[in-house]
Design a protein around this ligand. Structure first.
Ligand code: ATP
Length: 355
């Protein structure tokens, strides 16, 4: 039975005059881990709810394994769901919570026992099968919620910010566990988050949403290193933008032509910027192949694994670079004049809108 290919075509959903989904088309491969990433209000949950059947779109189509699902009620869509608030039954123990979807599907008792214990083993909770939900930690509850979502081997696993209630360490640990689990089970997984680091860590592909539209859909490294517009670049990582001018086929920063490895077309109208991230700037460079950026040190902030040095540029813009202590340069001081280097392969010029 299991495949789990999803095809969305021109899906629209409005609440009054507000367009929550504005023509979303998306093809998700069977077995893929796809993340819907975007700021609050961009339409992630609405899109997930359309796939789950909790929201009916105004227009558009949703195919799952080539079958139209738009009119099919949620309980007939064969999906497992995990939410931020776990949505477990507090009066039941761990075993009964995970057994619930199998009981609903009238699976026989011996099979239920075997499948529940297998699922609990996968999430490392078999030793707590008899525990009451109220006697579990947040991370343990989320593992139970996960086991309950996949125990009946659904075609699709849908997750809406499942880790956001956990503290940072546990969240990062669970990200790795979820990714391993996905590899092991091979279920098509659609994951909603507003956390770019989480999306980069876990996904096969990321769909970045803004104002009810998908603005970029690609593998994590491309979305991070080759964002297709200023919105995506700004949403991913600690990004600063320096205005550049177009001259013929090249771009100029403060009167100096830029060296760019990726000269793909930026949308020809409107403003253009050089994308600068702290981890891509270098303390040393080669004047014949890198871009030189000069400025004055504003401040130096200690961050544990590095010092972050903020540099003010002549035009009033600001960039930042990290100083880990491993580089040959001494740590600069506020007021120092500094030359920084951006290698051509890390230099990307982008426009306001996706080309
Ligand atoms: P968040 O990360 O904050 O959950 P999101 O990207 O998941 O955001 P959605 O929950 O999909 O965003 O909401 C998209 C927009 O649609 C929001 O502006 C929201 O206020 C609006 N919206 C969602 N559901 C309804 C509703 N039932 N009635 C009116 N407006 C709604």
């Amino acid at each position: 039975m299991r495949s789990g290919r999803v095809n969305l075509r021109e899906v629209h959903k409005a609440y009054g005059s507000f367009r929550a989904l504005d023509g979303v088309s998306l093809d998700i491969k069977a077995g893929e881990f796809l993340t819907l990433l975007g700021p609050s209000g961009s339409g992630k949950t609405t899109l997930l709810n359309v796939i789950a059947g909790f929201e009916r779109p105004d227009l558009g189509s949703l195919l799952v394994d080539d079958v139209e699902f738009i009119t099919r009620p949620p309980h007939k869509r064969d999906l497992g769901m995990v939410f931020q608030n776990y949505a477990l039954f507090p009066h039941m123990d761990v075993f009964s919570n995970v057994a619930y979807p199998l009981k609903l599907r009238k699976v026989d008792k011996p099979s239920i026992r075997r499948r529940v214990m297998d699922a609990l083993e996968i999430v490392h909770m078999q030793h707590l099968a008899d525990r009451r939900i109220t006697a579990l930690s947040g991370g343990q509850r989320q593992r139970v919620a996960l086991a309950r979502a996949f125990v009946f081997e659904p075609r699709l696993l849908l997750m809406d910010e499942p880790l956001s209630a956990l503290d940072k360490n546990l969240r990062e640990h669970m990200q790795i566990e979820l990714k391993r689990l996905h590899k092991q089970l091979g279920m098509t997984t659609i994951y909603v988050t507003h956390d770019q680091q989480e999306a980069l860590t876990m996904s096969d592909r990321i769909a970045v949403l803004d104002k009810g539209r998908i603005v970029q859909l690609d593998v994590p490294a491309t979305v991070y290193d080759r964002p297709n517009c200023k919105f995506v670049a700004g949403f991913m990582g600690e990004t600063r933008f320096l205005p550049v001018e177009r001259r013929d086929q090249s771009y100029v920063l403060d009167g100096r032509p830029l060296r760019l490895a990726d000269t793909r077309a930026v949308s020809s109208t409107g403003e253009t910027w050089l994308m600068v991230r702290p981890e891509r700037l270098r303390w040393q460079g080669d004047a014949s192949s890198d871009n030189r950026i000069e400025g004055r040190v504003l401040d130096v902030v200690y961050r544990g694994d590095c010092n972050q040095v903020s540099v003010s540029l002549p035009g009033g813009h600001e960039v930042a670079i990290r100083h880990s202590g491993a580089e040959r340069q001494p740590l600069p001081q506020p007021g120092d004049t500094l030359a920084l280097w951006l290698p051509a392969e890390a230099s990307l010029v982008i426009g306001s809108a996706a080309p």
